[in-house]
Design a protein around this ligand. Structure first.
Ligand code: C2E
Ligand code: CA
Ligand code: CA
Ligand code: CA
Length: 279
């Protein structure tokens, strides 16, 4: 038994150090990645099922590592954050995404929004908000086109500094959305205090459709709440026809998910918008 334990410990240590080594490697490679253009904006549409058009294109970060292949934002965003590289990384990506947005506006009269995922740390970073407003000016973006999706537990956004910054952004035509709504604890108090423009209902609730009566009841109540508050509502992670018709019956008309489109690189996203425009 003793021998067994020791062996497990060795495996455990090896696993830990492999994980740690990967982390150190990614942290180190991130700097080069930014310079070598390995970080790319992908885009996934949020669909307005009433007009069969696009409400917004959401920017989803992708890193194509030359040796390790595609790395998930769930892995590299926290690393960038911990190593102080997040602002530079995100500003670079947002600029690229806005350039695409402008080309869609010109080529196919795209009138939807561009949504960007942000963490509380990024909002509190020096000059991030100022730079975002400057970018909006530089590209002559109208009010209500750029939108920030607050992706973490809402408690993290409840500091006076962040609240003030979000207010200034909103007063200057940047929309504020809550991501993964319903999955955290402090969402509810937040929407009664802050004039949120949009909420995205977490995929876990979409997954309850036709699976759990109790889950459906919670989903229904989230939909009613947002309708009552007059906040735009997007259901995330929609994958099936049954989910689409369930949501439509309850007047949740904005949806996002593989059923409609997967996240796409810039060129493909442009082609996608063009094909909608021609129809
Ligand atoms: P999120 O903002 O909740 O984005 C939704 C995630 O679900 C995306 O994964 C998307 O590709 C995936 N998804 C969309 N539709 C479906 C569907 O129908 N079924 C399933 N199974 N999945 C679907 P992705 O792109 O890997 O992003 C993961 C998370 O990483 C995002 O979750 C977001 O929190 C974060 N993230 C992505 N890009 C950025 C970024 O630029 N900045 C920051 N701070 N976070 C980002
Ligand atoms: Ca999001
Ligand atoms: Ca999220
Ligand atoms: Ca989500």
């Amino acid at each position: 038994a003793k021998k067994m334990k020791n062996t497990n410990w060795v495996y455990y240590q090896e696993a830990m150090s492999t994980e740690w080594n990967r982390r150190l490697r990614l942290e180190k490679d991130l700097l080069q990645a930014m310079q070598r253009d390995e970080l790319m904006p992908y885009f996934q549409p949020e669909i307005d099922t009433v007009i069969q058009g696009v409400l917004s294109m959401e920017l989803l970060a992708r890193w194509e590592h030359p040796e390790l292949g595609f790395i998930s934002p769930l892995e590299f965003i926290p690393i960038a954050e911990d190593s102080g590289q997040l602002k530079e990384l995100m500003q670079g990506l947002i600029r690229k995404a806005v350039q695409e947005l402008v080309s869609w506006q010109e080529k196919v009269q795209y009138q939807g929004m561009l949504s960007v995922n942000v963490t509380s740390q990024l909002i509190s970073e020096d000059s991030f908000c100022e730079n975002l407003l400057r970018l909006k000016e530089e590209f002559h973006l109208a009010d209500g086109i750029l939108e920030l999706e607050l992706t973490e537990n809402m408690q993290l956004f409840e500091t006076p500094l962040i609240q003030q910054k979000l207010r200034i952004l909103q007063e200057n035509g940047i929309r504020i959305a809550i991501d993964d709504f319903g999955s955290g604890y402090s969402n509810f108090s937040y929407i009664s205090d802050f004039p949120i423009d949009k909420i995205k209902i977490d995929k876990s609730f979409t997954d309850y459709i036709e699976v759990s009566k109790r889950g459906e009841a919670v989903l229904d109540s989230l939909i009613l709440l947002s309708l009552r508050l007059g906040i735009d509502l997007v259901a995330e992670g929609v994958e099936t026809e049954a989910q689409v018709s369930y949501l439509q019956k309850r007047e949740c008309m904005f949806m996002q998910g593989y059923y409609f489109a997967r996240p796409m690189p810039a060129r493909e996203a442009g082609d996608y918008l063009e094909s909608l425009f021609k129809n």
